[in-house]
Design a binder for this molecule. Structure first.
Ligand code: ATP
Ligand code: MG
Ligand code: MG
Ligand code: MG
Length: 437
């Protein structure tokens, strides 16, 4: 991608209403544009990162056995009347009336609709275990939309829903998602800690929030320090291994403010391991049993031939919020530092003298060879001065910067910089490309 043909409207200064660093950097890096409070247009750079996050979230869901579908953003109010949530949900729900005076709503979540999909087709235990997910825009009319995409009104969520014949198998489905979440956040370069959570309006008795520790987080959290450094569990786990992953983590204290019990924290955790911090909720999983299947009559026939309501869980990831959380966790004074896994481009090739034939030819060769290896390359072919180019490259956080200029080229060298460490290497173009591929 040639920067001269791209759309990257960067800003020197962040607008003064952006309070936290991730919001400031997303605006400065030309990733998003606010269209209304909590409602954003995703500009090309932001969209690239959003798609990469979405891709990792999707892959880990599929690896954990979940099956993707896509439900609409608009839902009938009558569906929510079946569960009793239409009136209970309150002002966070955006209610819409169509030309026939039909009441609709913009979905804040999809328990009712997925239960409706399930009950339309599944009648027997043989179809289970089943886990269906989608990645779709949600709308919640938040009282205080703020911090950019962190608390938007329109936001992208991955929500999965598990269906099982009884509580015991539903709890296994829950633990499978628990492990999938640990793998997901680790691939995104984040340290996310599962914490006991209140089940809130969704109800039920088993729930964890996944929290990324950050000073700007909206929740106060308390946990055992050891949880922060635990490695991701990996894939294809047996039921025994899943139990192990779950028990090992839940044996350590971790709770958000609403669930915090100071006496228990002290009894359970050595003083040196007690961590109290602030955190960002990036995921939330629930087991809620038959809360929806009973009122909505989603019954299935068990192996004994008897009909019973299906046992369900729901599993949310804030896909768009994750972008803010990643930036909060990974930036410096110069801008964003993307983890390789979600970077909008793998490499930026910086032409120090656009218009110089030899330099341009070398840059174009580098771009072509990198692209041939499947790399996403941004080519800064603009006639901006070098200082500005370096500042932009740092701001947008591309992991590698490959700089080619007339002086170096005369000596047969280019410069390769690793954004995260600032480390710079002077080497031949061949050696640089070797290192990058
Ligand atoms: P919060 O406590 O931050 O309001 P929530 O508990 O209401 O979030 P859930 O219903 O658990 O949210 O939704 C699943 C996930 O969706 C959350 O863990 C979060 O990552 C994301 N999410 C929720 N609300 C928003 C929002 N307004 N903007 C962006 N992401 C959100
Ligand atoms: Mg909320
Ligand atoms: Mg919450
Ligand atoms: Mg939640």
């Amino acid at each position: 991608m040639r920067l001269s043909r791209y759309f990257l409207p960067t800003l020197k200064e962040a607008p003064s209403d952006a309070q936290i660093v991730s919001h400031q950097l997303m605006l400065r890096a030309g990733m998003i544009k606010q269209e209304a409070a909590g409602i954003y247009a995703w500009l090309p750079l932001g969209l690239r990162v959003l798609r990469k996050i979405e891709h990792i979230v999707r892959e880990e869901q599929v690896k954990a056995g979940a099956v993707e579908l896509l439900m609409p953003t608009l839902q009938l109010a009558d569906l929510w009347r079946e569960s009793g949530r239409y009136d209970a949900y309150g002002p966070e729900m955006l209610r819409i009336t169509d030309r026939h005076e039909r009441e609709l709503l913009y979905g804040p979540t999809n328990e009712e609709m997925i239960t409706d999909v399930f009950r339309a087709y599944v009648k027997s235990y043989k179809a289970m275990p089943l886990n269906l997910f989608h990645i779709q825009w949600k709308f919640r009319d938040e009282r205080r939309p703020r911090f950019g995409v962190m608390r938007g009104r329109e936001f992208l969520m991955k929500d999965a829903y598990s269906f099982d014949v009884d509580e015991a198998s539903a709890r296994i489905a829950y633990k499978r998602m628990f492990a999938a979440y640990l793998n997901t956040f680790s691939r995104l370069g984040l340290k996310a800690v599962p914490m006991r959570a209140d089940t809130g309006p969704i109800g039920g008795d088993l729930s964890h929030e996944f929290i990324v520790l950050a000073e700007t987080g909206e929740s106060e959290v308390f946990c055992d320090r050891k949880l922060v450094e635990m490695a991701a569990p990996g894939h294809d786990l047996s039921i025994e291994q899943l139990e192990g992953v779950f028990n090992e983590r839940t044996a350590l204290y971790a709770a958000t403010e609403e669930m915090h019990d100071a006496a228990q924290f002290e009894a359970q955790t050595a003083e040196g391991d007690r961590l109290s911090a602030r955190g960002i909720e990036v995921g939330h999983i629930f087991y809620f049993g038959t809360k929806y299947s009973v009122p909505m009559k989603a019954n299935v026939q068990g192996p004994d031939g008897k009909e019973a309501p299906v046992h369900m869980g729901s599993y949310g990831v804030g896909v768009s919020r994750l972008m803010g959380a990643i930036i909060e966790a990974s930036h410096d004074a110069g801008g964003i530092i993307w983890p390789d896994s979600v970077a909008p481009f793998d490499v930026v090739v910086i032409n120090l003298r656009a218009g110089d034939e030899a330099v341009s030819a070398a840059c174009e060769e580098a771009v072509a060879r990198l692209e041939a290896q499947g790399k996403d390359v941004l080519y800064d072919d603009t006639d901006e001065r070098p200082g500005g180019k370096f500042a932009t490259a740092d701001l947008i956080g591309v992991p590698w910067q490959l700089t080619i200029g007339p002086k170096g080229l005369a000596d047969g060298v280019v410069e390769l910089k690793r954004r995260a460490t600032g480390e710079k290497l002077s080497l031949s173009l061949d050696a640089a490309l070797e290192l990058l591929t």
